[in-house]
Design a protein around this ligand. Sequence first.
Ligand SMILES: Cc1ncc(COP(=O)(O)O)c(C=O)c1O
Length: 431
Amino acid sequence: MVQINPAEVSRWKETYLFPNVRTYYSQPLVLVKGQGARVWDANGREYLDFFGGILTVSVGHAHPRVAEAVCRQVREMMHTSTCYLNEPMLKLARRLAEITPGRLEKCFFTNSGTEAIETAIMAACLYTGRQEVIALRHSYHGRSHLATTLTGNAAWRTAGPLPGVVHAHNAYCYRCAFGLSYPACDVACAQDIEELIRTTTTGEVAAFIAEPIQGVGGFITPPPEYFRVAVEIVRRHGGVFICDEVQTGFGRTGKYMFGIEHWGVEPDIMVFAKGLANGAPIGATIAVPEVADACTNYSISTFGGNPVSTTAALATLEVLVDGAVPEHVDRVGSLLFEGLQKLAEQYRFIGEVRGKGLMVGVELVGEDRSPAPDLTNRFMECAREEGVLVGKGGLYGNVLRIAPPMTVGEQEVAEAVDRLGCVCRRLAAGA
Ligand SMILES: Cc1ncc(COP(=O)(O)O)c(C=O)c1O
């Protein structure tokens, strides 16, 4: 096997990968090993992983229960296709029906969040016999033509958008599109969906799709009543509610298994990927029976319901439930939030700390709260030097996304906050 000289990594990337394989940092980081909330690079340097492979490594790198279950399954059978059934797939479908809220019951498995989103929109259109969909500004729903059309962020929407999708204002209180303040605003952003339906659609919408907390959008967290108001309007107009839990699912937001449970609304369709299988590729769409039963068309996903990925998911769910991980996330998430909030009190360039559980966003700003994307890039580089990996997002590229594996310990959270404090000091000193 050819060995890659670490100094040659960038050249290999440029030569052999599409340029839109975008990596963080001026010098791409090559990771070779992970254990719990820590990862190691090709030079043997250790980092605290506070992004978890984009909120995907939910119970920690190389978790022994997940690793053993996967190895066992690989030795038994790696693939069946959906022309045949396999037990892990059926068991996972049943488990998801048990743990999801409301009447969600029937699953369709795929390989990624993007495909799960496609499945959800297809189901909504088949069930309602309608074509128009409401998505949110600042959202992210994946990389296919339809998913980029749903995504409310120009940077990700390079293909000409498909017809039939309109974008409602999101509940971005820090930068309210209506210039209002919560709670006096009476969630004007949610109320505006009524006007949006009446003016930009035929009045007959198939679905409203939204993330309980917007992930790529910069962990934008709506006020508690936002979803109740928005979903009531959509349902009154005959549409179903598709909840995209790709980032918020499986305890990430603390206390509950799913982000939407904080907001007291029962979805008609839910979409999962990322954290469901601790890093094994998987996508899943679950729907209430009458919506799922409308999907009688031919549709195959060759790898969907793959026994290895579904085994990884079953083991991950066991760890999450047996270890009461959502409750743990609630506790350590508060420590993380409070630590970052203290930094916000000291450094004016931290405009807002927001989020829930272990999904904490830090919006970096200049004078007059203007977005500070360059400072955010410098923050990322300095954090890497300090040995902590965090993510980035937001329409303006100025929000740090901090989301370690959910099994992270209190000590590791304290260590990360300390290191991020060092980064703040260095930036304040002009680094
Ligand atoms: C909320 C949300 N939905 C859908 C997707 C698409 O998932 P995937 O990258 O697995 O296709 C993502 C990916 O980041 C996401 O954050």
